[in-house]
Design a protein around this ligand. Structure first.
Ligand code: DGL
Length: 269
């Protein structure tokens, strides 16, 4: 048993897709979330910059006495590969949990991965998929406009700019006849209705952040790390830019009455 909080971070609001699933699966756990909203997006930056930011994010969560750190950011997860060796607290990313499900789900061995430019460039999803099943064809596509659309609330299925970009980005997935599509950036499930509308019901959509939350549940159960709290867990949400802007997104994604507080923080080097 361990009553410390679970630490989760992302460049912005994308990681809230993981938090939402965590709250559903583990309602008695405290969660400390960091969204680096002052520096979002990460996915268009160099590998060196992403690693520098990720180390600061991890150091921030370590100061909050968390028992596990979930990297609810596909970009950091793809670029920073040596989490486990460098840190004493377990740090786990979204790639493996999402890939495990995709490999189990695909029937025609054609898996699509939509993600940020940095993630697609890293080739990490493809590498992990092929290590499990070399017969799977992986089709990757960077969708750089999705993160700004989500951060600014353009997520509705009928939103014309969101639909314009989604149709453009997903065309290749339809052409390639993927039957499983990994939303490899944690921002993308905020657009899931639109993506599903374009891809059709037969294509299985996998939320990388949601799968990371399920992984955390299994891992903490197996390692006896769950809290024995009987009251609902609290959310401590930190952002690095305006609290009021972040609050709007938190309300839209997690609902009005979260059991917790939102704070602004500074990340130290
Ligand atoms: N949500 C993040 C990801 O999963 C980062 C998006 C970004 O900052 O570009 O990749």
């Amino acid at each position: 048993m361990n009553n410390s909080a679970i630490g989760v971070f992302d460049s912005g609001v994308g990681g809230l897709t993981c938090v939402k699933e965590l709250v559903k699966l583990l309602p008695n756990e405290n969660i400390v979330y960091l969204g680096d909203t002052a520096r979002v997006p990460y996915g268009t930056r160099s590998k060196e910059t992403i690693i520098k930011y990720a180390k600061q994010d991890i150091a921030f969560l370590e100061q909050h006495n968390v028992k596990m750190i979930l990297v609810a950011c596909g970009t950091v997860s793809s670029v920073l590969s040596s989490f486990k060796r460098e840190n004493s607290i377990e740090v786990t990313g979204v790639v493996e949990p999402a890939v495990q499900v995709a490999c189990a789900e695909t029937k025609n061995n054609r898996v699509g991965v939509i993600a940020t430019s940095a993630t697609v460039k890293s080739g990490m999803y493809g590498k992990v998929i092929r290590s499990i099943n070399p017969n799977i064809k992986v089709i990757g596509k960077a969708c750089p406009m999705f993160v700004p659309l989500v951060e600014n609330g353009y997520t509705d299925v009928d939103c014309p700019p969101a639909r314009f970009f989604a149709e453009e980005y997903l065309e290749v997935m339809k052409k390639e006849n993927v039957d499983t599509l990994i939303l490899g950036c944690t921002h993308y499930p905020h657009l899931i209705d639109l993506i599903s509308d374009i891809m059709g019901n037969d294509v299985k959509l996998i939320s990388s952040g949601g799968e990371l939350a399920k992984y955390a549940l299994n891992e903490m159960t197996y390692r006896d790390m769950l809290s024995d709290r009987s009251e609902p867990g609290r959310l401590e949400l930190y952002c690095t830019d305006s609290v009021s802007l972040f609050s709007e997104n938190v309300e839209a994604f997690l609902g009005k009455n979260i059991n917790g507080e939102i704070y602004k923080c500074n990340l130290t080097v």
